[in-house]
Design a protein around this ligand. Structure first.
Ligand code: FDA
Length: 300
């Protein structure tokens, strides 16, 4: 079973394993490590770095979590040398968090140990609010043990996040700030887009002015990108920008001329739910994707 970032999009059975069609390859780098590696190389040629993610989440069978852990270890061996080096991003529930915190921490420790030996940075994606505490605990422990070789995603829509920023402000790793992709209850989250943007601005300002942890600005929202650029100039503080494969790619390349830009590159057989999520976010992506299919199958 696969669940996309938030919103309870569930997919099971054959959709997980059919071949990646042209309709999805705008957002997903392929079904295998080969596709991900090719994408990392192509991005490097364009001056954009990579965050590679194996699609998969919410496993309740320890074998599934172990299989994805092994796949990440194979991926780490195959990542090509780029500048800046490619990174990876894992989902806690993909490594067994739904089975138990120990299972998750054990699988994560194996990945981070191998990644550290290869000088590869490891990101922890943030899932729904039930995973927040365990994810932050894992990040804190690993940031100490690996001297900043890991990062964690924090979600601006959660009302708790200012406290989490205080808690993590001086950890040695990095914080990736996102708006938040999960449909959370109003008691714990801002649900209005303007309120989330406002919260994002406050958190970004605090990260630039009141924290030593590394900053990753993960958004496609131009107003927030401009604000982060202003803060960087004003406080003479480095940060990196992160965007998704298939979203505002022209802007990614343009920004990469002056800033460090990473693209989040998902791959794997569980692509269908991820693709569906991107389509739900913006209807014009469907038109774009359908045009790609027509082009692919039209006789020249
Ligand atoms: P918003 O959705 O408001 O979009 C701003 C503008 O960007 C739009 O007006 C449009 O121009 C453009 N745009 C956005 N999406 C588009 C699309 N699909 N197609 C075309 N244009 C689009 N969330 C989470 O909960 N946990 C996590 O671990 C992560 N990790 C993560 C990593 C990275 C690198 C990114 C970029 C994002 C995440 N997210 C995430 C997702 C995040 O929470 C959020 O849902 C999306 O980034 C969309 O929010 P924006 O900030 O881009 O703004």
């Amino acid at each position: 079973m696969a669940v996309e970032w938030g919103d309870g999009v569930l997919l099971t059975g054959p959709l997980r394993s059919v071949m990646l069609p042209p309709i999805a390859d705008r957002f997903v780098a392929g079904e295998s490590i080969d596709g991900a590696v090719a994408r990392v190389r192509a991005l490097d040629d364009a001056g954009v770095a990579s965050i590679v993610n194996l699609l998969g989440e919410h496993y309740d069978d320890p074998e599934d979590a172990r299989a994805d852990t092994e796949e990440y270890l194979r991926l780490l061996e195959r990542l090509p040398a780029t500048e800046p080096p490619a990174t990876i991003s894992v989902k806690p529930s993909q490594l067994g968090l739904d089975i138990g915190e120990d299972a998750f921490r054990d699988n994560l420790a194996r990945i981070v140990e191998v990644a550290a030996a290869a000088d590869t940075f490891v990101w922890l994606d943030m899932e729904d609010h039930e995973a927040t505490d365990a994810t932050i605990r894992a990040y804190e422990a690993l940031a100490r043990e690996y001297d900043g070789g890991v990062g964690v995603c924090l979600q601006a829509n959660l009302r708790r996040t200012p406290d989490d920023v205080t808690r993590l402000a001086d950890t040695g790793g990095k914080i990736r700030l996102v708006k938040g992709a999960y449909d959370e209850p109003a008691a714990i989250a801002y649900r209005d887009g303007m309120a989330v943007e406002e919260a994002y601005r406050h958190l970004l300002h605090r990260l630039f002015t009141d924290a030593t942890v590394g900053i990753a600005v993960a958004t496609h929202d131009e107003a927030l990108i401009e604000y982060a650029l202003e803060l960087g100039d004003q406080y003479d503080r480095e940060s990196e920008f992160q965007m998704l494969m298939g979203v505002r790619e022209d802007r990614q390349r343009e920004l990469a001329a002056t800033e460090t830009v990473y693209q989040y590159v998902p791959y794997g057989s569980a692509w269908a739910s991820y693709f569906y999520r991107r389509i739900r976010e913006r209807r014009e992506n469907l038109r774009f994707a359908l045009r790609a299919v027509v082009d692919a199958y039209s006789p020249v």
